[in-house]
Design a binder for this molecule. Structure first.
Ligand code: HXC
Length: 253
């Protein structure tokens, strides 16, 4: 049987994780969440992976929670589980996560994109949080991440109607960094490969301060930034790169 999550190495330092349940539009069944969580943790641990790219299949990135499974869940079960570990993993990755969206990113699928560091979408990608139409809300971080990224007016506009957004609209709202004219996965892998070629400790520190800073006061966030940079000044990589730059001297182009 084909695996519901596939992992490839499309470029140096890049792990490409693919949701592979196209017959259900990559709806997040319990099994798919378990498999995705395991694949992300593997990539996070692998010493030769620097950046993780997550994608789906051509017709859908992910249609959200598996409504057929969710229909049978009791409130007691929901309370006991609180949240699937996948959502904690997504929020705690130290390596950059680039999501490539082809087709639909709805409900929990859009919530994955909202938790990513960078989102590359194809022209035809469709985003949306239709949970309200099912009588629930985006409970995997969607309400809170959307309001932080897009502001209250734009967040409520979509949360309260469940209306869909195009890739361009999502880009204008700050949810998507790049709309790929051609192949979103190839564009995401190229972006990931360029990040993977950067000094890894600098990548790590930048991701951390950008992730933590906005929830702190500006003074605290600026101190966080200064200290993160100070730590980078202590690295051999920094010494080597600055020396190499200086030694090129006037011969530099
Ligand atoms: C279970 C789903 C599903 C879902 C699609 N399928 N989305 N099954 N849960 N979220 C199944 C369909 O039942 C169908 O199965 C098959 O996938 C193909 O779907 P179609 O609708 O025929 O495909 P298409 O016309 O291409 O439309 C795709 C779609 C649509 C636009 C994505 O399926 C859709 O609107 N899905 C629901 C999206 C949604 O409401 N998501 C929010 C979920 S709640 P059969 O067996 O008939 O072939 C949520 C809460 C977060 O995300 C929970 C955290 C995990």
């Amino acid at each position: 049987m084909e695996s519901i999550v596939k992992v490839e190495r499309p470029a140096d330092g890049v792990s490409l994780v693919r949701l592979n349940r196209p017959e259900a539009r990559n709806a997040l069944s319990r099994a798919l969440k378990d498999a995705l969580d395991a694949a992300l943790l593997d990539a996070e641990r692998a010493s030769d992976v620097r950046v993780i790219v997550l994608t789906g299949t051509p017709e859908a990135f992910c249609a959200g929670g598996d409504i057929k499974e969710l229909g049978a869940v009791t409130v007691e079960e929901q309370l006991a589980m609180r949240e699937h570990p996948l959502w904690r993993t997504l929020g705690a990755l130290r390596k950059p996560l680039v999501v490539a969206v082809d087709g639909y990113a709805l409900g929990g699928g859009m919530e994955i994109a909202l938790a990513a560091d960078l989102v590359v979408a194809s022209e035809g990608a469709v985003f949306g949080l239709p949970e309200i139409r099912l009588g629930i809300l985006p409970g995997a971080g969607g309400t809170q991440r959307l309001v932080r990224l897009a502001g209250r007016q734009r967040a409520l506009r979509y949360l309260l109607t469940g209306d869909r957004l195009s890739a361009r609209a999502a880009q204008a709202m700050g949810i998507v960094c790049e709309v790929a004219a051609d192949d979103a996965v190839a564009a995401a892998v190229a972006l990931a490969a360029s990040i993977a070629a950067m000094p890894p400790l600098a990548v790590r520190q930048i991701k951390e301060v950008v992730q933590l800073g906005p929830d702190a006061s500006l003074a605290t966030a600026l101190a966080l930034e200064r200290n993160a940079n100070l730590a980078l000044f202590g690295t051999e990589e920094r010494t080597r790169r600055m020396k190499a730059f200086a030694e090129k001297g006037s011969g530099r182009a």
